[in-house]
Design a protein around this ligand. Sequence first.
Ligand code: ADP
Ligand code: ASP
Ligand code: MG
Length: 413
Amino acid sequence: MALIVQKYGGTSVGDIERIKNVARRALATRKQGHDVVLVVSAMAGETNRLLNLVAQITDRPNEREQDVIVATGEQVSIGLVSLAIQAQRGKATSFLGHQCRILTDSAFSKARIKSIDSERIFSVLKNGHIAVIAGFQGVDENGNVTTLGRGGSDTTAVAIAAALKADACEIYTDVDGVYTTDPNVCAAARKLDRISYEEMLELASLGAKVLQIRSVELAMKYKVPLWVKSSFSDDPGTLVCEEDKSMEDVVVSGIAYDRNEAKLSIRGVPDVPGVAAKIFGALDAKNIVVDMIVQTVSKEGKTDVTFTVGKSDFVKAKDVLKKVVRSIKAEGMDADENVAKVSIVGVGMRNHSGVAARMFRVLAAEGVNLQAISTSEIKVSALIDPKYVELAVRALHSEFGLDARPSGSAAAG
Ligand code: ADP
Ligand code: ASP
Ligand code: MG
């Protein structure tokens, strides 16, 4: 008998029929003799609907109140899933974040989990119940409702699996595993049987929303066997696991894109020590995560500093920068929400040179201009005009030999 955590995303609980399907699948696992903990998301579209209500009132919401609102989507789902299990003659108990004390810090809208009361969950499992836990939400030390950032239910699931020392954490979604790139953008994308934690971490941080980045970090840290599967099929899915030798033979294992970034530039920054610390320190003080950073060569003692932030932090970042521009006596700032990032990822890049050059050649041949570049040991990213995203993803997917082979040949893992 094993303990299995299953997470069902928004589309998997998108309507009542699908909720009944989740109940059936959970009960089938239970009938095999396993203890089952479910983590569920809000019904498809619900979190966006709630955020849209907020946006109709203000574009600078109080983040505590915004979390109170967006956390409600998951409350409805856990109630409905529990009822569906009971209607199929199973036993289920639902839990909101605070009811099984998913304790987080107080960084509203991007809180991090600190601990979970596993006793509360074990006590219902002992009585033969399926525990149905609200994803995405927690509670801070002062009893405030917090949320974990978009896609945060993945992180709830892995954190619970780690806290309960579960035998597996299965993320059920609308595709049957992790692909070489988003299968909804590139028809030639191939499903991977396995992917290393590190590559998955990069893909997730570069925009592949199939897993939230923090969920992969936790899975890697606590060695949680993490599966991505479809709630609509019995495909074995993709296992996210430790890297092995065979993975290094593949130079590029995946392509990711992200339309959720925005670009900010400060013009005419005095080129003196301590200025970068002031700019990025001010953003950090407001919990704004900065991604790509480019600084131009100094001319007459001045440089331009360009960087990207998540779109959800754009308004906040602009407010911070307006003050910074004044305090460091820069000439001004520009803000552009119309950018996207494409990236290539692969642990095999460590042993191959010229990969970045090949990427830039392909993008140049397609007429795509690069606005910023960033690299690490196992990835190369470029900031481009969003209208070229699909074109860039498909061209890179083909260039790096990732396109699906004719059916009948083996899929690479
Ligand atoms: P859920 O609501 O179940 O959490 P998400 O929409 O958050 O589902 O994540 C699943 C989506 O991730 C897929 O529908 C797909 O469009 C997208 N995706 C992006 N990159 C990848 C990838 N490399 N492999 C699989 N899916 C991907
Ligand atoms: N409902 C939240 C979102 O849409 C969390 C999740 O689905 O993982 O981002
Ligand atoms: Mg998701």
